[in-house]
Design a protein around this ligand. Structure first.
Ligand SMILES: [Zn+2]
Length: 76
């Protein structure tokens, strides 16, 4: 599917000093995966869903920590 090819190509790849690769989503700026090979990132990129990730992050209280809001239950 052309949509998947475009979507996968839109992710930024960062080569780390320990020779692993990170994939960063250009929409939510989240590092969605770290893999030993750049090719290994593709599976994560195909599955990535910004909306679903945001929901789970909000549920965990991460959004509040990042945005400087009320303290979450985790930071007691
Ligand atoms: Zn995203």
């Amino acid at each position: 599917m052309p949509h998947n090819i475009f979507f996968a190509a839109a992710f930024a790849h960062r080569h780390n000093s320990d020779d692993t690769w990170d994939s960063i989503c250009p929409k939510c700026f989240y590092t969605i995966a770290t893999e030993a090979t750049e090719e290994g990132l593709l599976t994560h990129e195909r599955r990535h869903d910004c909306a679903a990730l945001m929901k789970s992050r909000m549920r965990l209280g991460i959004h509040e920590r990042i945005c400087g809001g009320e303290r979450s239950v985790e930071s007691a």
